[in-house]
Each structure stands twice: as structure tokens, then as C-alpha cells.
Write a protein that binds this ligand. Structure first.
Ligand code: GLN
Length: 242
């Protein structure tokens, strides 16, 4: 963090906000304020330059055409590359996750270059669309409780050698390649297929992002009984037959 204010940048709400992912910004802001942090939320529309001095960048999901437009503009802008070069944290969901990889298949059926910030490549899944509740175990290195979320995607994502799976699914598809992985991360860049919104369902991930941004090992505790009840409910729901 460059100064005492935490800067949370929400990228392209006009293109990548169709699945309730705004909730991720709200949860991050709230959990930072609960810890007494001074937070600035900056919404960056797709006709605006990406500020490079942010601490945490959020990129949401979207439909296929807005996803292509967002990828074009992010490549042209270049600000997100520079921010990651400055040590920023990036958390991306679904279409945003695919955009952060090397390439994905766009709405025209063509290979669209991504930003290459994550070592993943997304293809179009040949099977039925992946839709439904997901339950997974987060990479033990991150020391977090189980991941729950809701997925809705046609793309499937293959991880390269420098991307670690964010989680291993117990239920649901996740990356959809049949290897049981869900999402990916490297040092400061995270991707997941989980909507939900994912940070409302998994506040432990919001806290992980805050800790990385603040460069601390722990945060003051918060009352998470509501979140825990929601997680228990979703874990039960995911285990019930459709
Ligand atoms: N259009 C992408 C896909 O279907 C991403 C969808 C999403 O963001 N939910 O794979």
C-alpha cells in the first residue's frame, strides 16, 4: 500500500458486472472499514484509463461480447499490467478470469488474446454449460476454509505451469477441464469461476486480499456468524442432489 488509504479499483462496471459481482466491491470495502481502514473505491468505466496506483483491482464476469470489448480495451490501456508490475493485487471472476489469461474464445468464435497476467488458456467447452453450485477446498497453502460459489460459464480453463489451482472441487465443475481444479492464482493475481458474489460467500478470500494489500499476516477479527451460516447453508445445498 502506497499511503494510508487503501485504493480498491473496480474495473469496467459497464461491461463486466452482469452477475452480481458488484457485491465483491461492497464486501471488500465493508471488511476494510470494519478494520478501521480508510478505503477509496474507484469505479473505472471502459472509456476511462485504468489508474495504476490502486492496491486491489476487481474484474467481474460478463457475457461474451462485453468480455471481448473489455479485453480489447484492457490490452490497449495497459494500466492493469503496470499496476501488477507495481505489486497490485488483482481478483477476477469468470469472464474477468479468462481475460487475465493468455487467450480465450470470443463471441465471434475466434481466439482472443488476454492480458497474460495468469498462466491459463481458456477454450470453449464442448459439453453443456457449467451452471450450478460449487464446493471446493482452497489450496492448503492459503490456509482458508472451503470455497463455495455459483458458476455459469461455457469456457473451460487450462492451467499452465506457473498458475496454481485456487481450489479443488468437491461438487461442480470449476475450470471445467475434468481435472478437478477451480480457478488459478500466482503471487498477486487471482482468478475464479465463482459468482455468488464470491466474496460475500467467502469473506475469508476478501480478508486474504486485504492482508496481501496491507502486507500483514493477520487482521482484527470480525463477527462472521452470518457468513458462516450462509456457507453452511450453501455447503448443504451443494451436497443435495439436483
Ligand atoms: N462468457 C464466458 C463464458 O461463458 C464468461 C461467463 C461469465 O462471466 N459468467 O465462459
Amino acid at each position: 500500500m502506497s499511503d494510508s488509504q487503501l485504493r480498491v479499483i473496480w474495473i469496467y462496471p459497464d461491461l463486466l458486472s452482469t452477475y452480481g459481482d458488484q457485491g465483491n466491491v461492497l464486501v471488500l470495502e465493508r471488511r476494510a472499514r470494519q478494520r478501521g481502514l480508510d478505503v477509496a473505491r474507484i469505479d473505472v468505466r471502459s472509456d476511462q484509463p485504468i489508474p495504476t496506483s490502486g492496491d486491489i483491482y476487481l474484474v467481474g464476469g460478463g457475457e461474451d461480447r462485453p468480455q471481448r470489448l473489455a479485453a480489447e480495451r484492457l490490452r490497449r490501456d495497459g494500466g492493469l499490467y503496470r499496476a501488477v508490475g507495481n505489486g497490485a493485487i488483482v481478483f477476477s471472476v469468470c469472464a474477468g478470469y479468462q481475460i487475465l489469461g493468455h487467450e480465450f474464445i470470443n463471441d465471434l468464435g475466434q481466439r482472443e488474446p488476454g492480458l497474460g497476467l495468469l498462466d491459463v488458456v481458456s477454450a470453449r467447452g464442448e459439453g453443456t454449460r457449467c451452471v450450478g453450485d460449487v464446493l471446493g477446498d482452497i489450496d492448503p497453502r492459503l490456509g482458508l476454509p472451503p470455497l463455495t460459489g455459483f458458476e455459469n460459464h461455457q469456457g473451460v480453463t487450462h492451467l499452465g505451469p506457473t498458475a496454481r489451482p485456487l481450489a479443488r472441487v468437491r461438487f461442480g465443475n470449476g475450470n471445467g477441464t475434468g481435472d478437478g481444479t477451480e480457478g488459478a492464482y500466482n503471487d498477486t493475481v487471482f482468478g475464479t469461476y465463482m459468482h455468488g458474489p464470491v466474496l460475500a460467500r467467502n469473506p475469508q478470500i476478501a480478508d486474504l486480499l486485504l492482508k496481501l494489500a496491507l502486507d500483514v499476516n493477520a487482521l482484527p477479527p470480525t463477527d462472521d456468524r452470518w457468513y458462516e451460516a450462509l456457507r453452511d447453508e450453501r455447503i448443504t445445498a451443494a451436497q443435495q442432489p439436483a
